[in-house]
Design a protein. Structure first.
Length: 160
């Protein structure tokens, strides 16, 4: 699927200032009323022929995340992978305690923000065997999640 086709779905729903960022389904748009994730999911399925869970976060929500500075002074890099995982469920029950260090010590779940339903994790890419933290989180929480690097979250916010 191309970004222009995905942007077209949002434009057809009446959203304005529709922009895409990267090639991973990040769509930035303006809306007078709060958007319905289920309406967007239906439109994607009808117009593009496949179903994908949609998770929408507001500009205020992203600003809140940036102000939290959940990773402190840690920079996202090839050695230190900082990840934000957004949960679709409005009141999720997390099946693990936070903070959580993975058994092999290669990734840590360092925090959770209830307001934005975001989990923060750091993966040590210098570990001998780096796990796929996104796969692990999906096994724990189901498929209604999406993960973005901290750099991507910052880039999305700066596009507003």
């Amino acid at each position: 699927m191309t970004n222009d086709r995905l942007r077209g779905v949002f434009e057809a729903l009446g959203f304005s200032n529709v922009q895409s960022l990267l090639s991973s389904g990040n769509i930035i748009f303006s809306s007078i009323t709060p958007p319905s994730e289920s309406d967007i999911e239906r439109a994607i399925e009808q117009q593009l022929g496949f179903f994908r869970p949609v998770i929408v976060r507001s500009q205020d929500g992203l600003r809140h995340l940036l102000n939290l500075k959940p990773f402190g002074n840690s920079e996202h890099s090839h050695k230190n992978y900082t990840l934000v995982t957004f949960l679709k469920d409005a009141q999720p029950t997390l099946p693990f305690d936070i903070p959580l260090q993975n058994i092999d010590g290669s990734f840590d779940i360092i925090g959770y923000d209830k307001k934005t339903r975001a989990i923060f994790s750091v993966t040590d890419h210098t570990a001998v065997k780096t796990p796929n933290v996104m796969t692990w989180l999906e096994k724990q929480l189901g498929k209604d999640i999406t993960s973005r690097t901290w750099k991507t979250v910052e880039r999305i916010y700066l596009k507003f």
